[in-house]
Design a protein around this ligand. Structure first.
Ligand SMILES: *Cc1c(COP(=O)(O)O)cnc(C)c1O
Length: 371
């Protein structure tokens, strides 16, 4: 079965081999050396002042960032399940919250954000997804972060980049917390999250000192010494180290270029066979198609072509399907998926198969990747 869901992503052979070792104790020089290398590679990749690795799924890092960096009121962007989650975290911790709600295919506008900030001068934190995975939508977080910092540099900008980190080069010049998760572009098993921090965020964390398990002041103190406050997810960190070393060898720029080419070419191929791309501004991390027969298409892909793709959640259940583009994906695998979608449309009598999807995919991929 080919796993093509936008999280979890498949774990490649070289990562599985690296993790296939007897468990080592986390309070040892041996593990600390691996932790140190991983930390340095992550910092180099993310280009931020500090980086933390936490034993939690991505949502743990959303919670940790919000409770650590917001002391008055937060502004959240809800264009889908993950943006909605920031609001739910705020409510769970009694943090006053202003939410901008949009359709799931629509990115938030700079004007909406600045209006909310002007109307609520007590807002001291802003949360947004780089990619809102619920509808495969890309938010223009860069220009928004820049405008917020120009208006008030004390507002903490928290970016959930769980489906953007490792997918595309990310502008962090106006970002205070950049969040990642193991099970997306890092191609690791679920269970570890990442938070990269700016100097302002570090200062705030050290002044405020909040939380217990997710106390980032405690984590900073420990992780600077290449250890963790609590038992580290050692096996995942060993896998992450192997992934980052391999990614560095390939070159992040090359991975970003190929991911973008693969994603745009797949969107083009889907449109060529009359499928509709759902979001107004699609994220690179996934191809999201709006289709009333999504469930039927997914079922045939799974049963007849051994391809597992994702559906939609909430009101988009049965209405969309999502194909992963994150990670280091062999061209032959995504080409198989593209072809299988076209064959599936033939099986449900929507369109006679003529190989157009794969033809368009390969032409566009070669053009965009520069090969
Ligand atoms: C996957 C994902 C998360 C993390 O969800 P967990 O299930 O807690 O790992 C958060 N935000 C976005 C945008 C995601 O795609």
């Amino acid at each position: 079965m080919l796993l093509f869901t936008p999280g979890p992503t498949p774990v490649p052979e070289f990562v599985r081999s690296a993790m296939n070792t007897p468990t080592i104790h986390h309070r040892t020089a041996e593990f600390e050396a691996i932790f140190k290398t991983t930390r340095e590679l992550l910092k180099e990749m993310l280009k931020m002042q500090e980086v933390l690795m936490l034993a939690s799924s991505g949502s743990g890092a959303l919670e940790a960032s919000l409770i650590s960096l917001c002391s008055k009121k937060v502004l959240t962007i809800n264009s889908g399940k993950f943006g909605e989650r920031f609001g739910k975290i705020a409510r769970a911790f009694n943090i006053p919250c202003v939410e901008i709600k949009n359709e799931w295919d629509t990115p938030v506008s700079l004007r909406e954000v600045m209006n909310a900030i002007q109307e609520n001068p007590d807002i001291d934190a802003f949360c947004i997804q780089a990619c809102e995975s619920a509808g495969g939508l890309r938010h223009p977080y860069e220009e928004i972060a820049k405008a917020i910092k120009a208006h008030n540099p004390d507002i903490m900008v928290i970016v959930d980049a769980i489906t953007a980190m490792g997918v595309e080069p990310l502008d962090v010049s106006c970002v205070d917390a950049l969040i990642g998760g193991s099970q997306k572009a890092f191609m690791l098993p679920p269970g570890m999250s990442i938070i990269a921090l700016s100097q302002s965020a570090i200062n705030k964390i050290e002044q405020r000192d909040v939380g217990f398990y997710f106390n980032l002041k405690t984590e900073l103190k420990n992780q600077r010494k290449n250890t963790t406050a609590w038992t580290a997810p050692t096996t995942i960190i060993i896998g992450l180290c192997a992934f980052l070393e391999q990614a560095k060898k390939i070159g992040f720029e090359k991975i970003y270029r190929e991911t973008k080419a693969r994603s745009l070419a797949c969107d083009e191929a889907m449109m060529a066979i009359n499928l509709k791309v759902y979001p107004k501004i699609p994220a690179i991390s996934m191809t999201t198609i709006y289709d009333e027969q999504s469930d039927e298409i997914r079922k045939i892909l799974k049963n007849d072509f051994q391809v597992n793709i994702a559906g939609g959640q909430d009101f988009l259940k049965g209405k969309i399907f999502r194909i992963n583009q994150m990670g280091i994906i062999p061209l032959s695998e995504i080409a198989w998926v593209v072809n299988a979608v076209e064959l599936t449309l033939d099986k449900i009598n929507r369109r006679t198969f003529n190989g157009l999807a794969n033809q368009v995919f390969l032409e566009q991929y070669l053009r965009l990747s520069g090969y």
